[in-house]
Design a protein around this ligand. Sequence first.
Ligand code: NDP
Ligand code: 8X3
Length: 353
Amino acid sequence: MISRTAKRQTKTKSASRYSPIRGGFPRRIQNPENRENTKRKTVLITGATSGFGAAMARRFAQAGWGVIATGRRTERLRALVDELGTETITPAPFDVRDVDAINATLSSLPEAFRGIDVLINNAGLALGTAPAPETRLDDWLRMIETNVTGLVTLTHRLLPTLIERKGLIVNLSSVAATYPYPGGNVYGATKAFVRQFSLGLRSDLHGTGVRVTSIEPGLAKTEFTLVRTGGDEAASDALYKGADPLTAEDIANVVCWIASLPPHVNINRLELMPVSQSWAGFQVYHDHVPRRAMSRHEADAAALESSSVELNEWRNQVATKPDTVKTHGGSRAWLARIGLNAKARDLHDRQSG
Ligand code: NDP
Ligand code: 8X3
């Protein structure tokens, strides 16, 4: 006959084998954070190949969740699986704009990852910082297809399972949804859609037990700015340098906290910024001052001046090797985005006499 103590020890031992990080039986885990031996929950994270998404994959794995990681860059998904283990995370590579790929991938998930409790609609991007008349229509359409159409497609596909499991939907909106800035045009509008869609879903899902949250971060250092500027590392570095921006881990911690709240608590909207960021004033157009958009080089000069890069060195480079000059987005919009409007205006005024 096995004594009570021995029984307890056997139970504890087998529970500890179910470490979500090292592998083991995936359906029932001991949650390292609340020490409860509960049925493991599963989260699907879009855009897990970089930034917020990758940090969330790690954070949820650490908290004992099963993670379905999506994104287009399969080699990065593979690296996450190597890091976290096949029992904890499964890759689901698809482009959120491709409905057939979404359906095919979700239909062939490994059995242990089929019941999805939390959907995190994180995949998204901004393209460009130019004012509306100077943008490329293709960029606008791609932002809408990814940030809006992709997000609603996946949400629609997963609603039945989320309702059945009284799940949670977390949508990545942005401060750009609420506070317009020059050059934010369609990006900000897609994020306003995401915020409003989240609130609308809350209404429609009333009584189902499904929770919905819109997360609205400000400046956060990820690959976001590299993507936005078409790979301009100098612009990305200048934006984050000395600003102590939010990190991907900050966002991951917030989202994981939301997912771990008791089922009767819904965070509707959550806006967060780094302490270094706050709001600037309105811009006023005076009809007696001629409107002249800053040239790309003027904008760069102002950005560089303010980001403590050697302006003279840069001017020299413009004069001698203009083709090698890295630009910062090429418009006042970029400066507004990084809070340099006043500097830009000064420079503009000085240069135009
Ligand atoms: P990153 O560029 O680091 O990550 C974006 C992720 O989205 C990547 O994993 C990328 O994966 C994925 N993605 C982009 N397009 C597609 C697509 N068509 N299909 C599938 N996946 C796609 O940026 P962040 O981590 O910063 O951004 C995450 C979210 O947070 C975005 O929605 C962004 O708008 C929002 N946000 C970001 C802020 C910031 O300052 N960083 C602030 C506020 C909101 P892959 O390329 O492999 O497909
Ligand atoms: C990203 C934040 O301020 O660059 O959504 O638009 S911002």
